[in-house]
Design a protein around this ligand. Sequence first.
Ligand code: AMP
Ligand code: GLY
Length: 425
Amino acid sequence: MKLLVIGAGGREHALAWKLARSPRISRVFVAPGNAGTAREDGLVNVPITAPPELIDFAQKEGVAFTVVGPEAPLAEGVVDAFQAAGLKIFGPKQSAARLESSKEYAKSFMARYGIPTAQYAVFEAAAPAHAYLEEHRAPIVIKADGLAAGKGVVVAMSADEAHSAVDLMLTERRLGASGSRIVIEEYLDGEEASFIALCDGRHALPLATSQDHKRLLDGDCGPNTGGMGAYSPAPVVTPAVHAKAMREVIQPALSGMQREGTPYVGFLYAGLMISRDGTLRVLEFNCRMGDPETQPIIMRLKSDLVGMIEHALAGTLDRAEAEWDTRVALGVVLAAHGYPEAPRKGDAIRGLPAPQDDYHIFHAGTALNGADIVTNGGRVLCVTALGSNVRAARRRAYEIAEQVRFEGMQYRRDIGHRALSGGVR
Ligand code: AMP
Ligand code: GLY
């Protein structure tokens, strides 16, 4: 069987790598992929991104099914287009992807189905938004309604910051159409975890839990990024929290989407805020797997991902099981010079060690330049290692990361610190 994975990041490298390890798979095409997927056994890059060309390609190659990595093609309706052409593809349709592509839709959906989340209000004009901020004091959170590549959320710790964020989005229109409508929501305190489930429209199969580190610098300081590292499992997701997440979030989301006439098929990612007393609220839904959470999650998956996705496509996920390595997996992102503001491309990457059973280096922003592998984006690599506990996985990941060299390489030295300091603070 041949498969196709759409995307070019670390998440797609990890998904494609895992799919290709299935004995039933002869080849996994990655469109467009990166230098890591180019060099991996069983993976073949295809330099196309436009849906009509992807559809042609999948038909010509007799691809059994396609897996979509990032949110942008899902929000643009790539699943609808493939299905209209009679092709199997795993991901939500455009209407269901609104859970991520419109924060306002996600918030009102949660309100309709009683899914716990922060209180909020929606604004399209600056004056009422400013007035609302006079009544609802900082800390408070301002979110662009649309997709904004990780730049659409401002956690304002002061009134000044909150008012500036409103002006930036609604007056200066700095985020374009994505920020022409905003959600202002209550600030939630607690510890975050990523809760991702495979969904077939009716049933959900939860994946291993994970946590990522969104800030650029050690100690969770500095600007927000796409994620500087992640680990699985997330100790904050105790068995009780896990059961609650399924009962209060994932199941009602699935039945709600069915009721709305947009059944949810795909990876459903709930970003959870878990407070000290175990109360749980949804910060956001994503309609895809997390990046870099996918890398440690996939390192721990022992089951055949191909079979799991086939169950999801057939609507029989209630008969599927996922078996996880009991070890901890931890991934450290190596980012480019200038990330996240202005990542530099073209720096030669040296010292990449060959993969071993207990680690894999997943590529994200990399490209081939002759014989060289060079940086080609903000997050360049994610060194992902397994260990018998967080400390061991972390030691191994950093041992490997320290062998890699490129000009301007940035990485955090403290990935996993929350898991080491013992759960909710
Ligand atoms: P989002 O894209 O909605 O996940 O927001 C990005 C990040 O902003 C989240 O991972 C949180 O760290 C933070 N955040 C979002 N919403 C809230 C909230 N209501 N309270 C506190 N922090 C938040
Ligand atoms: N790492 C966060 C995300 O993928 O949304």
